[in-house]
Design a protein around this ligand. Structure first.
Ligand SMILES: [Zn+2]
Length: 436
């Protein structure tokens, strides 16, 4: 079927056809590979869609003659299908062959140029940074001993506790219905509560048993929260029981307070944490102090998986120590809005994380033989996929730090303290207890 088809039109047709018969579902390759004895052979045949001879099958006298041998009027077929279309010109009309060629060449294009395919729906993969720190270790048991002190005699008990020499060893306790509950091993002779409990009938209650009831969990959380209050006192924070938040008090002589803290793996930083508001025009104090504050809560986020949440807040006073009456503070203004990409919020979460951990990779609440270890190397991050919002992305680096030798040995000590038998014991008397 030579008839002066140019080399260029031949090449264009063969390339656009991908060397494959254009007949639907034939897919026969039109090149036979060479053999030991013979050269490769092209078995494809070029057929005219509008016949070259006006009087032949699919002839059209009105079709421009100079278009007849163009690749656009040609179709590449195997021998069998070439024979078929020429034998059944009424079935394989001009229109049918044009559609066949168009479909085939489009299929070839999509195979070779995937970018021409329909673009996939744009989905952005991002990390969502939470304000949660993972709790890696928790006391496995709570000790209970009978005590002659009742829940209103907390102060008397506090006065009689034999405080440990290590100021970071914390002594949280609860008094309920004639019993004292603590994370400290009350069986130990030298335990801090020895003067306020009876040595008989000391119970060891597995933590998981406590967590399985709402009351037990509340009791366990109350012990954790008391431990936090004691821990943060050591960091010069004050606890505001009305709002259950921790805040920086003014410095001595009612000066503004700044703290030096060490962001993980970074140089020291300084930050203003309690300061008086001044009139812009006059520079005079406005009788309003702002104190950085945070709410800290332990949550069981999944069975046996606990987290500590950090929620930055503000505490307001009139003079650095007298809280403003609630009327003057909208609830709104004491809580910072948390938004996915709210940079100042996340920076403040990081400030608290660094300050509370004293620049270490973990916060340890130490109860001598047991402890809480909170991993501060990273805020928990969740991978999400969503169709993003243009120009709404702002990368936030979640700093990671590594343990150094000292912090590692501290961690090991804390873990080894956990490594105790936790035997099931009978817990007499279901107690209905309220969180304080
Ligand atoms: Zn074929």
């Amino acid at each position: 079927m030579g008839r002066d088809i140019s080399k260029k039109d031949t090449k264009l047709l063969c390339l656009k056809s991908g060397g494959i018969c254009a007949f639907p579902n034939c897919r026969k390759s039109l090149i036979q590979e060479e053999t030991d004895k013979d050269n490769p052979v092209i078995t494809g045949e070029i057929a005219h869609i509008v016949a070259y001879e006006p009087g032949g099958p699919r002839g059209d006298a009105t079709f421009p003659k100079q278009e007849l041998n163009k690749h656009t009027n040609l179709i590449l077929l195997c021998g069998d299908h070439h024979k078929l279309i020429d034998s059944q010109p009424n079935t394989y009309s001009i229109r049918v062959l044009q559609a066949m060629k168009q479909d085939h060449e489009a299929t070839m294009r999509s195979l070779h140029q995937p970018e021409n395919a329909e673009p996939p729906v744009a989905v952005i993969k991002e990390s969502l940074h939470s304000s949660l720190l993972a709790v890696s270790y928790l006391p496995a048991v709570v000790f209970a001993a009978s005590s002659e002190y009742n829940d209103r005699q907390k102060h008397e008990v506090r006065e009689r506790i034999k405080y440990p020499s290590d100021r970071w060893e914390l002594t949280p306790f609860l008094l309920r219905e004639g019993h004292l509950f603590a994370f400290h091993d009350l069986q130990e002779e030298e335990n801090p509560f020895r003067s306020v409990i009876s040595n008989r009938d000391i119970q060891i209650i597995p933590a998981q048993e406590l967590w399985s009831s709402a009351e037990g969990k509340r009791r366990y959380q109350a012990l954790l929260n008391y431990a936090l209050i004691k821990y943060t006192t050591g960091l010069n924070l004050q606890y505001d029981p009305a709002h259950r938040r921790y805040f920086f008090p003014a410095a001595k002589n009612k000066d503004e307070r700044t703290v030096i803290y060490r962001p993980l793996n970074q140089n020291q930083s300084k930050r203003k944490v309690a300061w008086p508001q001044k009139q812009k025009a006059t520079g005079k104090n406005k009788n309003l102090w702002i104190h950085l504050a945070t709410s800290l809560r332990f949550h069981e986020v999944a069975p046996l998986r606990w987290c500590l949440s950090i929620r930055p807040e503000r505490h307001f006073t009139s003079d650095g120590c007298t809280p403003l009456p609630p009327k003057q503070i909208g609830r709104r203004s004491t809580r910072l809005k948390a938004r996915m990409y709210n940079h100042p919020y996340l920076s403040e979460v990081h400030f608290w994380r660094d300050y509370l951990s004293r620049g270490k990779p973990q916060i340890i609440l130490n109860f001598r033989n047991q402890s809480v270890v909170i991993d501060t190397t990273q805020l928990l991050t969740f991978e999400i996929e969503w169709p993003g919002i243009a120009e709404d992305t702002k990368p936030f680096n979640n700093q990671v730090c590594n343990h150094d030798l000292f912090s590692y040995s501290e961690l090991m000590q804390a873990i080894e303290g956990e490594d105790r038998d936790c035997q099931d014991t009978d817990e007499d008397g279901e107690e209905e207890l309220d969180d304080e």
